[in-house]
Design a protein around this ligand. Structure first.
Ligand code: PLP
Length: 226
């Protein structure tokens, strides 16, 4: 079951802000994804490689699949033939592997750098120090990474009712995004995507400068745990 009212309301809000919607469909059936597709949605996000590969095989070919979960290097090869945007790049080694697989398929794969700004230890992504290290490797070797394009940054706010904390986290992501965008020695005009905001916090995320939200439960209902 999908929530068509929530879909049209979210779509309108995003249109006004010129931001994009990724419908997060993890644990949801191909039927539910097809139902949202039939309403015009084309960007879908998945967290698990096997699940994504299975769904991609049975759903329409013009869906733009986003990978938003933790990605192991040895699994890149399964999604490289078709994935549109890998939002969870959390190491330079992973980027190198994505490029290697993209070359094999003679395609470009767009990527976002996943940034960790909260104090929560269960969240993945790069902290300040990891990011600086990433930038220095990338600057030195980007000439060899012609089949990947770093399009921006993805992150999450702390899971809390404290709106001040949530805003603070989103502002920090925006600051990192703006600084990277101005680093012309690293990135070019393709660096244009700030992916932040989920079902519970997409409105403050948009107010703080998000260009892409990732929404699951508001569209598809609650997920039963795996
Ligand atoms: C599951 C997930 C979402 C969507 O979460 P909802 O609260 O259901 O909207 C967004 N981003 C990531 C990285 C996720 O894993």
């Amino acid at each position: 079951m999908i929530n068509t009212n929530a879909f049209s309301q979210i779509t309108q809000t995003l249109q006004a802000k010129n931001a994009r919607l990724v419908a997060v469909s993890k644990f949801k059936t191909a039927e539910d994804i097809q139902a949202l597709y039939d309403l015009g949605q084309r960007d879908f996000g998945e967290n698990y490689v096997q699940e994504l590969v299975a769904k991609q095989a049975e759903l329409p070919g013009d869906i733009r699949w986003h990978f938003i979960g933790h990605l192991q290097r040895n699994k890149v090869k399964y999604i490289a033939p078709f994935v549109q945007l890998i939002q969870s790049v959390d190491s330079f080694k992973l980027l190198v592997e994505i490029n290697r697989e993209a070359v094999k398929h003679n395609r470009n794969i767009d990527c976002l750098l996943q940034i960790h700004v909260t104090d929560e230890s269960n969240k993945t992504g790069m902290n300040d120090k990891d990011l600086l290290e990433f930038y220095s490797y990338y600057e030195a070797q980007k000439g060899h990474l012609k089949n990947v394009t770093i399009r921006g940054i993805m992150g999450m706010a702390t899971f809390t009712q404290d709106q001040n904390q949530v805003r603070k986290d989103f502002r920090q992501l925006k600051t990192i995004f703006d600084a990277a965008r101005k680093s012309y020695f690293l990135f070019d005009d393709n660096f244009d995507t700030l992916s932040m905001g989920m079902s519970g916090d997409y409105e403050p995320a948009l107010e703080e400068g998000s260009t892409m939200v990732r929404i699951g439960s508001l569209l598809f209902g609650n997920r039963s745990p795996k």
